[in-house]
Design a binder for this molecule. Sequence first.
Ligand SMILES: NC(=O)c1ccc[n+]([C@@H]2O[C@H](COP(=O)([O-])OP(=O)(O)OC[C@H]3O[C@@H](n4cnc5c(N)ncnc54)[C@H](OP(=O)(O)O)[C@@H]3O)[C@@H](O)[C@H]2O)c1
Length: 289
Amino acid sequence: MKDLHGKNAIITGASRGLGVHIARALAGRGVNVALAARSGDALEATRAVCERAGVRAISVACDVTSQLDRERLVAVAAQELGPLDILVNNAGIEVTAALEDFSLQQIEDVIRTNLNAPIALTQLVLPAMRARRSGVVVNIASMAGKAGVPYNSIYSATKHGLCGFTESMNMELDGSGVRMGVVCPGFVSEAGMWADHGGKAPLLLREVPPAKVASAVLKVVEGASEVLVNAGPVKPLLLLGVIAPALKTTVVKRMGLTRLMRDGAAELKAHAGVARDAARDREAAASRH
Ligand SMILES: NC(=O)c1ccc[n+]([C@@H]2O[C@H](COP(=O)([O-])OP(=O)(O)OC[C@H]3O[C@@H](n4cnc5c(N)ncnc54)[C@H](OP(=O)(O)O)[C@@H]3O)[C@@H](O)[C@H]2O)c1
């Protein structure tokens, strides 16, 4: 899909972070956008930015983990904008923790948001795309979908799943006129979950600006099936992992990634403890009155 002017897209996770940059990049190419996330007010801000590019933009406040909401999103987008050409599955969440510290609910939330939702949304848009023999689904995975990341096992599992889903579907869709592609960012600066966390990426991997992720999405829309977005030498590192898998744990440790993630997990655990203590104090105070 080269001439994007007048095409229609759904972008999930468009209330903040990378989704805003992706929406702006698509709008900048003349794509009408249906913006989805739970935070309605923040979506309105993205909508205003996209409208300034001269396209039609609507915001649909919804939870991508709900099938009812997903159906409503796809129906409203098609009704307000017209037939859908592009779906960008960008909404995602991350919980950094040792596996034993995850609650079952947290595990389920990450899987439902990062993996079930993109699969179910793809299922919903596919029939109309197949009928028109045209359409692209772009999944925002992660470098954690290409290599394992300690203390990020559930997130990494969902992103590996998203990469496998995309590859399988691309084969299944061969000859249908519909395509899928995946974008795998590493550490992104300025906006998004990593920037919010405020950490410093390992020296070897470095950080990339969100604009690079947005242009990777455009590359997939235009025909690429996989774009890795990383400043560091990730391709040789991934190749090394294929040739010598036994070295992976050592390489990840030497890069400083294991310590970085372990520290992040410890910080999150301490915060959760503080929040639990505060809730307990509030309950105790309430019961005294
Ligand atoms: N930032 C990075 O360094 C980085 C690196 C690699 C991959 N990624 C991937 O890039 C994507 C975007 O991440 P980000 O960094 O922009 O994260 P972010 O700043 O935390 O934004 C996440 C977006 O997803 C939405 N979202 C989360 N749960 C949702 C739900 N149940 N229903 C609807 N919307 C939901 C959020 O909106 P509401 O909270 O308003 O619902 C928000 O708009 C994710 O898939 C992430 O895994 C990010």
